[in-house]
Design a protein around this ligand. Sequence first.
Ligand SMILES: Nc1ncnc2c1ncn2[C@@H]1O[C@H](COP(=O)(O)OP(=O)(O)OP(=O)(O)O)[C@@H](O)[C@H]1O
Ligand SMILES: [Mg+2]
Length: 288
Amino acid sequence: MVIVKDRKEPVERTTICVINQKGGAGKSTSCFHLSGAFAQLGHNVLVIDADPQGSISQGFFGSAHVESLAPQQTLAALFDEDRYLAGPELLIHRTPVERVWLVPANDSLSVHNCPAPATAGLKQFVLREFVRGLVEFDLVLIDCPPNLYQCSWNGLLAADAVMIPVPPEDFGTQGLRVVHQAITEAQTLNPVLAVLGHLISRYDRRLLVHRTYADKLRQLYGPSVLATVIPEAVAFKMAVTCRQPVTLSHPRSTAAGLTSLLAREILARTEGKSAQRHLGKSAPRHVA
Ligand SMILES: Nc1ncnc2c1ncn2[C@@H]1O[C@H](COP(=O)(O)OP(=O)(O)OP(=O)(O)O)[C@@H](O)[C@H]1O
Ligand SMILES: [Mg+2]
């Protein structure tokens, strides 16, 4: 399968790892909807589902299809040399969304998501090697699972930038210290890795606790916190049931508008001079 026929030369590519060991923080939701927004801005986007739960894969293709995929058609193949003999083309699936492709995952990835990633030798770098070999995509989004095991570690070592979705409440901000620690450790093996920013996600402005925590996050992390805030909005859920990013399924919704705004803000941070200003080399301090 030739993926993008009009691309012969390597392009400058940005790989963004979306991480937080907190479950339900909005990692998959961010990746899913941002992929559509980036595509609408003219980018060729590869989404890598690095989560054995396969949430984002199911968002694009439905659960029955994703569960039926053989390991060699999923990210699991990268961790298993015998299954990766056919090369990347078996893994990269065209999605129903124009300009968006997906490396899916399902439960076959679980066995490779070991909890002590730094002891895994060359297995730590399989995603990095895979991404480096791709010439067709401008943007790669890696959706990580809610832990800091091998899959997330591979994501951090493969990425240029890391984004951390954070629901602005106590449970949402718990565990940020270990996330930042993992980023700092990853930077020793992947010196180009920069902190793209913290994304306030699932925000409900009616809640005092959300307003308070959003302020607290901005006080603690300053410009690392992205200006765009993603609200809790039913349009995001409805879009997924349509198997489409919200910018395509509900283009006039507030959710779509904010997703486009976020995509532009991310591009501004990763492109040109503003990247130097905003992208932090070191992981920021944790929430006190
Ligand atoms: N902004 C939002 N508005 C409404 N619902 C949301 C929003 N963000 C996430 N959700 C819902 O919350 C749930 C968890 O979101 P999501 O799967 O994106 O989180 P996650 O961080 O990827 O979770 P996990 O850690 O399990 O991978 C989903 O049911 C999703 O539809
Ligand atoms: Mg997820």
